[in-house]
Ligand binder design. Structure first.
Ligand code: IMP
Length: 197
């Protein structure tokens, strides 16, 4: 599903800081519908396997929780954490493992669950790490794909929405740890953009 920019004005919501506004890019209803479709497709591809969902903290948590409930059959979870953007909206390009998985992925059907694919550097790092651990299958599920920003040569096996090159928050995605609890995926706009790092 390809999304284009809408020209509606930014809205100030409870939780917005002065100078920041959010506008809905993908409503919660569209997210719910798409997550259901993705889950059906994944289950069709692996009808009998236990699906081991590996969530990349913290942005993927809400997506993983909703996806898991739609998948049916046997599902298990694990989580890992890599370095994030902090207070910047731009990546440093450097990926560091902060928290590794709790259990081995050897011989499992693993679905790496990511909130958003941006430069692709995080995913490239994770795929290299996981391939060495000899899973039975290794697939990537992302809710959002900002393909215009891609640097690394990686792709997701299952993509919810391709989106324009905007900084988005909500449905798990944050800016400086805020906005994760917005139920819709929203574009974050600044009255005055913070300095690039
Ligand atoms: P990549 O390594 O550049 O592909 O970035 C992946 C990570 O950057 C994601 O898992 C997010 O945590 C973060 N990120 C990238 N774009 C956005 C955005 O628009 N909003 C919030 N986080 C983002």
């Amino acid at each position: 599903m390809v999304l284009k920019r809408k020209r509606n004005a930014g809205r100030s919501r409870p939780g917005n800081r002065p100078g920041e506004s959010t506008r809905v890019l993908i409503s919660r209803a569209r997210v719910r519908q798409r997550v259901r479709q993705m889950a059906r497709q994944i289950r069709r591809d692996f009808p009998d396997d236990t699906l081991h969902l590996v969530g990349v903290l913290k942005g993927s948590v809400l997506f993983l929780a909703d996806l898991a409930r739609e998948l049916g059959g046997e599902v298990s979870f694990d989580f890992l954490s890599v370095s994030s953007y902090g207070k910047s909206t731009h990546t440093s390009g450097e990926v560091k493992l902060i928290k590794d998985l709790d259990v081995s992925i050897e011989s499992r059907t693993v679905l790496v669950v990511e909130d958003i694919l941006d430069t692709g550097l995080t995913l490239k790092y994770l795929l290299r790490l996981f391939e060495e651990r000899k899973p039975k299958h290794l697939r990537v599920v992302v809710l959002l794909d900002k393909f215009e920003r891609r640097i690394a040569d990686v792709h997701a096996d299952y993509t919810g929405f391709t989106i324009p090159n905007e900084f988005v928050v909500g449905y798990g995605l944050d800016f400086d740890e805020r906005y994760r609890n917005l139920p819709d995926v929203c574009i974050l706009q600044f009255a005055q953009r913070p300095a690039k790092k």
